[in-house]
Design a protein around this ligand. Structure first.
Ligand code: C2E
Ligand code: MG
Ligand code: MG
Length: 768
């Protein structure tokens, strides 16, 4: 049976309130005990009560059985108290309750390691108090139900006994459970009713069982004699011992089962823990694996990305983003091999070079130059189709591969479109920039085995277009032939000076009026060891484009001034002889020229005014403002200046009179056009008037006939140069004539004049 007192006693005293309650209960209980002791009638106490008390003190506490697996406690405490109550009345019941609980608590305290404060006195007092209250209720019930005091009732009547015991048990249960719930509520702050229902109601059974045992014992003692009582006691004891043995067995087996369950639970828990640890380990391993896989994936991605970037950088131009030469070569290699197998897979290669890009860089700076290249790249890409390739293959060199174009004519159309597009002016950093391109086209051909070959031919065509200045040019085998020759000449020309292959020829310039010798025009000659004499208009452009013209002209200046110095010394009549040296446009704009002229003057010792520099009209007018300053600088050295081939360029009159020329040389084409009947004399007349007005000396070139001489004389031209007087001659020939005081005018019938001398005959060598 569950013991409410034990439950109450186990509640730990945690608050001051419960502490005060404990003190109050103890005080009231001791009061109740004292009252009971004072009121107890000592007469009826005999041997039997002493036995009951002894049972309550020594046996009852040891007869308490706690059922394993439940909180039910079987106890004889209530039975002893109830039995005392119905046999001896309330006062002894109060004393018995106190004594029995006291011994019970002492017994429990011994068995426990620690117990709450006031454990023994509080529980004993509470038991006495509850017994007193119960006694009060039963007294009231007795008077109300039977009209007499409880002590006078005839309890031998079973119904009365049952009613009294029922009320006793009920009241006892009510007081003990109500106090237990109240005390619990004090400590846990829970709902009183809830605590009562959960923890206390179940104890009702204990009380009624106690009442039942008390009633049964009462009946046995009342209806049987002492022998029957003893027998009954022995039977109850045997039953109790059996019962206890059984209960012990049950408890043992329950304990065994519990132990087995506990062990099973332990091993399951351990297994679960091991399992959990393994799972955790596996999870962390999986996470680690995941992380390292992710890391690896990221590293792979970064590697792939940098590989891609590296590949892109290796195959593209960083400035324009276009394909570079390497990529272009790869593309062309593929196209060439496909074309060899399938002639319908045609393509055309364009080679593009930005005209005068060096000037843009020099005048506007390299960053503008870079932007110009970017603009050009965009414009090229805009014109072509998506499947075509635009590549930058050098500083200002681009290439375009046009796919699926069968003829060079179609490629020329695209090239012209590109040309139109690229020449549209645009503004860059506040500058209005316009660019132009030279375009060469090489159509696909089965003879090509490598990208270099087709690019080389497109480049050849581009160079041809550059010189011809007439739009895109298409490659032909003839062009390649010329190009290779040109390359050959360029190489040979580099060594021409040191190999003594260059020489000067001199052509006299004479007065048309009296035949007086004014001087000579120095004309360069190249005797090639294999091809013989090569005309200047073939090799001078090569010298100009390869920058060889400057050292060559320096050599000419030194050579001719030395020569004229020697000739000036032949006689006083020749002391003013002039020598005219042709200066190429490229050389004029270089800083070296004036130094070289000065050096030549110093070296030869000639008077500066006897050296004349010839600059063609087109060179002088190309950048007239710049020419004015360059020519003035030369003029400052004291030399004379001559404008050559006048009439073939586009002179601006306003510039013409600002340019510091002393002499105007009328181009041969106007003289040869002026025939016997005086054709073209109008233009000659105009040029002569212009020169006269500009206070320039006039020299007519290419006079071959006496009629031309006569006409020029009539038009008022001062001087002339031409085969009629002499072809350009080697220095030894001229020197001989000078010593002979040769008369240069034909009317003198001088036999030295050989109108059609073979000495200057030249082979025809096709060059650009
Ligand atoms: P240029 O300076 O106008 O020289 C005159 C050219 O006319 C010379 O040709 C001369 O031989 C030619 N010539 C003179 N009289 C007659 C004539 O009556 N009939 C014909 N058919 N031709 C005549 P060349 O020597 O072949 O020179 C051609 C051009 O080459 C020169 O034209 C000049 O521009 C250039 N050149 C020649 N020598 C040099 C040089 O030393 N330096 C530079 N930069 N250019 C030179
Ligand atoms: Mg000349
Ligand atoms: Mg000339």
């Amino acid at each position: 049976m569950e013991n409410p007192l034990a439950t109450t006693a186990e509640l730990p005293s945690r608050t001051a309130l419960s502490y005060y309650v404990k003190i109050a209960v103890s005080a009231l209980g001791i009061l109740a005990l004292a009252g009971a002791l004072a009121a107890v009638p000592f007469t009826p106490i005999g041997f039997s009560y002493i036995f009951i008390l002894a049972f309550a003190v020594f046996a009852a506490p040891r007869m308490t059985l706690q059922l394993s697996g439940s909180n039910l406690t079987l106890s004889f405490s209530d039975a002893v108290v109830f039995f005392t109550f119905i046999v001896y009345g309330g006062e002894l019941a109060v004393i018995t309750a106190f004594v029995e609980t006291f011994s019970n608590c002492v017994y429990l305290k011994k068995r426990r390691k620690e117990s709450p404060k006031f454990f023994v006195i509080f529980n004993s007092s509470l038991a006495a108090l509850i017994a007193a209250a119960t006694y009060g209720v039963v007294e009231l019930f007795s008077r109300a139900a039977y009209g007499s005091a409880f002590i006078e009732l005839r309890l031998t009547d079973t119904r009365t006994l049952a009613a009294v015991l029922g009320v006793t048990a009920l009241a006892h249960f009510f007081f003990s459970s109500a106090f237990a719930a109240f005390y619990q509520k004090l400590r846990t702050q829970g709902s009183f009713l809830e605590i009562w229902k959960t923890h206390c109601v179940s104890s009702a059974l204990t009380h009624f069982t106690g009442a039942g045992i008390a009633g049964a014992t009462f009946k046995v003692f009342n209806y049987g004699d002492v022998a029957l009582g003893v027998i009954s006691f022995i039977v109850i004891a045997v039953a109790y011992i059996n019962y206890r043995t059984l209960i012990n067995e049950i408890n043992r087996s329950i304990a065994n089962v519990e132990e087995a369950e506990r062990q099973k639970a332990d091993s399951e828990r351990r297994r679960a823990e091991i399992e959990k640890a393994r799972r955790k380990e596996a999870e962390s391993y999986a996470e680690e694996l995941c992380r390292s896989l992710e890391k690896e994936a990221r590293a792979n991605d970064a590697l792939r990305k940098s590989e891609r970037e590296l590949q892109h950088a290796a195959s593209h131009d960083s400035l324009t983003g276009l394909a570079n030469r390497k990529r272009l070569n790869d593309i062309l290699r593929d196209l060439i091999s496909v074309y060899k197998q399938d002639p319908s897979a045609t393509f055309q290669v364009l080679f593009l070079d930005i005209r005068s890009f060096k000037n843009i860089n020099d005048t506007l700076g390299h960053s503008i130059g870079d932007k110009v290249l970017s603009v050009a790249a965009k414009r090229f890409s805009r014109v072509v189709n998506a499947e075509d390739t635009v590549a930058r293959i050098g500083g200002d060199e681009f290439a375009i591969v046009l796919r699926g174009l069968a003829t060079a004519g179609k490629a020329q159309k695209v090239a012209r479109k590109i040309h139109r597009n690229i020449t549209q002016p645009f503004s860059l950093g506040g500058n209005r920039v316009s660019i132009d391109v030279n375009i060469g086209i090489a159509p696909c051909d089965a003879e090509y085995d490598s990208p270099e070959e087709i690019l080389r031919d497109a480049d050849i065509a581009m160079h041809y277009a550059k010189e011809r200045k007439d739009g895109p040019a298409v490659f032909t085998k003839e062009l390649r032939h010329r190009f290779l020759e040109r390359v050959r000449f360029e190489m040979d020309l580099r060594h021409a000076v040191e190999r003594n292959e260059l020489s000067m020829h001199y052509q006299p310039i004479v007065s048309l009026l009296d035949g007086r010798l004014l001087g000579f025009e120095a004309l360069l000659r190249w005797h090639h060891p294999e091809f013989g004499n090569i005309p200047p208009n073939k090799f001078i452009p090569i010298a100009e484009s390869s920058d060889l013209i400057q050292p060559i002209t320096n050599w000419i200046l030194l050579e001719t001034t030395k020569q004229i110095a020697a000739w000036q010394k032949i006689g006083p009549d020749l002391a003013d002889l002039e020598v005219s040296v042709n200066i190429a446009g490229r050389h004029l704009s270089s800083d070296d020229l004036s130094d070289q002229v000065e050096n030549a003057l110093e070296n030869s010792g000639i008077r500066p005014e006897t050296l004349k520099l010839e600059i063609t009209e087109s060179t002088a007018m190309e950048n007239a403002e710049r020419s004015i300053s360059l020519l003035n600088r030369l003029k400052g050295l004291g030399v004379k200046l001559s404008i050559d081939d006048f009439g073939t360029g586009y002179s601006s009159l306003s510039y013409l009179h600002r340019l510091p020329f002393d002499t105007l040389k009328i181009d041969r084409s106007f003289v040869s056009g002026a025939g016997e009947r005086g054709e073209d004399s109008g233009i000659l007349q105009t040029i002569i008037s212009l020169g006269t007005n500009l206070k320039m000396r006039l020299v007519a070139e290419g006079i071959e006939t006496e009629a031309q001489l006569a006409m020029l004389r009539n038009l008022g031209c001062d001087y002339g140069q031409g085969y009629l007087f002499s072809k350009p001659r080697a220095a030894e020939d001229i020197e001989k004539l000078l010593y002979e005081r040769h008369a240069w005018l034909p009317s003198s019938k001088d036999p030295a004049i050989e109108l059609h001398s073979d000495s200057d005959s030249q082979p025809h060598i096709p060059l650009f």
